[in-house]
Design a protein. Structure first.
Length: 292
């Protein structure tokens, strides 16, 4: 009796777990990167806002403290992108960024699931670690687990602000990373925008751009006020930016030369586009394993 042909759903059940096993280092790298980002956010928020810290007295201006916070978080982002874990995973550190790269065809839907789960886990773990070390300081009302909340103008303004910021951020990132001349400056462009947004826009929306970042804070604080704003605004905006980039490339007849890495170094392997470094050219590889 001949065996029945394997259905596509049966093949998918076999392939997807294999993909997840093969790419666990990339998922772990995303969790580490966003976890460290949240540790940095919590620590600098305590330093700049907690009344027991000397910094609020040294910098009485709220704008000045936000500028310092922006510099700290922009620098944390740039450091994460350049770190070994960031160079391995591409340093998305944001489910909305991962979705946008999927829309551009740079990674598979199975890997989107792995990346997004890792990002949410990393954000939650980062806040949890700081809560274990400094529970009272992190829970102080001036810090409040770095929960992201809309400003006094309400959720509508916060949604619009998050959408515009996320659209601009990803549009700039996609344009810079596809430039042969400026691609290596992509982390600095992203970090500069994050720093500027925190300093100038935070009073409107709290400045998130990232569905996973406020999740970690809300989970620890039990404060889910306006959380959907920080899920849908950046996700929709970055998908729109990816679509605009895709249509722009199609209209001009040019291929999108970018990749799903914020720092695409020519001397390192890339699991997204299949690039092999000189030192590993002799090793067998499967190029494009992240492609849809």
């Amino acid at each position: 009796m001949s065996a029945l042909p394997m259905r596509s759903t049966d093949r998918q059940r076999l392939v997807v777990p294999a993909i997840w096993r093969a790419h666990l280092p990339e998922y772990a790298s995303e969790a580490i990167g966003l976890g460290l980002f949240m540790v940095s956010a919590c620590v600098f928020a305590m330093l700049l806002e907690h009344p027991a810290s000397p910094l609020p007295q040294m910098f009485p201006s709220a704008l000045g403290r936000r500028a310092l916070m922006g510099l700290a978080m922009g620098a944390t982002l740039v450091a994460n992108v350049h770190a070994p874990w960031g160079r391995r995973s591409g340093a998305h550190l944001n489910p909305a960024v991962t979705l946008a790269f999927w829309r551009l065809g740079h990674l598979s839907l199975a890997d989107v699931v792995g990346y997004v789960l890792a990002q949410f886990a990393g954000a939650s773990a980062g806040v949890a670690v700081v809560h274990q070390i400094a529970p009272r300081a992190l829970a102080h009302p001036r810090v409040h687990f770095v929960v992201t909340s809309p400003g006094p103008r309400g959720e509508g303004v916060a949604f619009a602000a998050e959408f515009v910021m996320a659209f601009v951020l990803l549009s700039v990132v996609l344009r810079v990373m596809s430039s042969a001349r400026h691609a290596m400056r992509t982390p600095w462009a992203a970090g500069a925008l994050v720093a500027t947004y925190i300093a100038l826009e935070a009073p409107l929306s709290g400045m998130s751009l990232n569905p996973a970042r406020p999740f970690g804070s809300a989970l620890a604080a039990g404060d889910w006020h306006a959380y959907p704003v920080y899920v849908f605004a950046p996700a929709l905006a970055m998908l729109a930016a990816a679509e605009a980039r895709r249509l722009e490339c199609a209209a001009s007849g040019r291929a999108d030369t970018g990749c799903a890495k914020l720092l695409h170094r020519p001397d390192e392997d890339c699991v997204f586009c299949g690039q092999r470094s000189v030192r590993s050219e002799s090793s067998p590889s499967t190029p494009g394993t992240f492609a849809a």
